[in-house]
Write a protein that binds this ligand. Sequence first.
Ligand code: ZN
Length: 69
Amino acid sequence: MTKHKTPSSIRCVGCGMEFASSEAFDMHAAGRRRAPLGSPQRCRTETEMRAMGMSQTSGKRWSIARMRP
Ligand SMILES: [Zn+2]
């Protein structure tokens, strides 16, 4: 029996994608959200998120890539 670990990641109730931080989730959510960490009015697509500089980790969590100076 294995425990399912859920380290501080955020899952979007709209599309089911996971995010490493609330900042990353905010970038993913287009339009207003009904409540904090609730379902966004519209979820950005992977293409849009990549265009904004976000990247997906091996754990399939989206995170904000650090900008290079
Ligand atoms: Zn979503």
